[in-house]
Design a protein around this ligand. Structure first.
Ligand code: SF4
Length: 441
């Protein structure tokens, strides 16, 4: 067990009963058939004030908590928009960053029914590390990640096959947490590991010690930022073209096979649209206004190097918690997270603004649309259906599942295939945990 994965012991998010929740209603046809009755009730509520929503949610969440008792664990990611973090925390759940979230089932074996209000790659990671008698459920299987969508196994495997053919066992895959279990299994099979934004430097440093070529999947920006921090020269790195351009042949990489042979670190060509909006000009603008700029490393390197600090959501949140009264911060990351950080700052007399909040820039801090697909009706519905023993199979999360975010169909492996995949993916996740905990000692 790791001390770091213990659920937060106190509420982090301010709840004001008479303030409306910041949650855009989803259209009714976005809900699974089984969840539509809950969505209809929710949409018919007279308003979106927190106390109205809680009164309605209590009718479903409290009986489920009573029914499952201490076996129930509610989880949400720091990034979840629309206040779902506040709802999960109000009902005794845990809100954490990717690293802490992945460990929640593994480190809490008394929890048997784990309900995650976040994206499916996170729920799958929790399931891969879970004990056999724990079941992981996701409130909305459509909650995904656009960065991960461009790093599916059918994109990555053909490239890995070519790399294996060229370099034998002379290369490893490091998979960011924002990948499916199938990609994490490739990392495990090649002797690599998983990483999160908080431990990427420690994991990449460990991978370099293997003296092998590293394929970093999928976020080129996190890869480049981490390489910069570790002092890896730009000419020892190679960014692959976007997989949206079609199946890649190694001889077509920028600079050709010569550049590939020279590269110590090869970055997959995907990125997060939410974080790539941040520019050096935004950093300079806020610094000129007297603000300290903090940014998430999924943002472009050229922007991150100018910021005053960079790190995971946990880092960003802690910086707001530690800031002195009167301090002024600009934070570059997902918009819902920054909204929660703004509220925290207001409580503490710290000014927090979104990094993209600059004159003449229309987008002003966008939130992640795919993550925001978790909302009160999804939470109420799944908990009620679980209590009644009627939860849809599509919401059960098993290692190796591929979810079609349009049709909601889950492509499931056979039990034998799943066992092999879970073993390989768990190996990569456990390597991450071992390296991370060793680096902390
Ligand atoms: S914010 Fe970006 S990286 Fe995070 S889930 Fe959304 S699309 Fe993926």
């Amino acid at each position: 067990m790791t001390a770091t994965s213990a659920p937060p012991s106190r509420n982090r998010f301010a709840l004001q009963p008479d303030v409306p929740l910041c949650q855009t209603d989803l259209p009714l046809d976005w809900y699974q058939d089984e969840l539509r009755p809950y969505a209809e009730e929710y949409l018919a509520l007279p308003d979106r004030r927190a106390e109205t929503i809680f009164r309605w949610l209590d009718g479903y969440v409290l009986p489920a908590r009573e029914h499952f008792g201490d076996a129930l664990l509610l989880l949400a990611h720091f990034y979840m928009g629309g206040e779902i973090v506040k709802l999960v925390e109000r009902y005794g759940g845990s809100v954490a960053d990717s690293y802490q979230l992945a460990l929640q089932a593994r480190d809490n074996p008394q929890k048997k029914v784990i309900v995650e209000s976040a994206v499916h790659f996170m729920a799958e990671s929790i399931a891969i590390l879970a004990h056999p008698d724990q079941a992981v459920w996701i409130t909305n299987p459509k909650a995904g990640c656009t960065m991960e969508l461009l790093a599916k196994d059918f994109h990555v495997l053909p490239v890995v096959d070519q790399l294996e053919e060229r370099y034998g066992d002379g290369f490893v895959v490091v998979a960011y947490m924002n990948t499916s279990g199938r990609i994490k299994a490739i990392a495990g099979r090649t002797g690599g590991a998983v990483c999160t934004s908080s431990n990427a430097p420690a994991i990449l440093a460990w991978a370099r010690e293997q003296k092998k070529k590293i394929l970093f999947v999928p976020d080129q920006h996190l890869g480049r930022n981490t390489a910069h921090r570790l002092g890896i020269a730009a000419d020892r790195q190679l960014v692959l073209p976007s997989p949206a351009q079609g199946t890649l042949r190694l001889e077509d990489v920028p600079g050709g096979l010569e550049a590939l042979d020279r590269a110590e670190l090869v970055h997959w060509g995907s990125s997060c649209g939410v974080h790539t909006i941040f520019t050096p000009a935004m950093v300079r603008y806020h610094q000129e206004q007297g603000r300290r700029v903090l940014i998430h490393p999924e943002s472009p390197l050229e922007t991150v190097v100018l910021a005053d600090g960079a790190g995971s959501t946990n880092y960003l949140w802690n910086e707001v918690e530690k800031a002195q009264r009167g301090e002024r911060l600009a934070i570059g990351t997902e918009g819902h997270f920054v909204n929660n950080a703004i509220a925290l700052g207001q409580e503490r007399g710290v000014e927090v603004v979104h990094l993209a909040d600059v004159p003449g820039f229309a987008q002003k801090g966008c939130g992640c649309a795919t993550m925001s697909r978790n909302d009160p009706p999804h939470l109420a519905g799944i908990l009620d259906l679980l209590r009644r023993g009627e939860a849809p199979d599509a919401n059960r999360v098993l290692a190796g599942d591929v979810v079609d975010e349009i049709t909601m169909r889950r492509d499931r492996l056979t039990e034998d295939e799943r066992a092999q995949l879970a073993t390989d993916a768990r190996t990569a996740l456990e390597r991450m945990i071992a390296v991370t905990e060793a680096a902390r000692r």
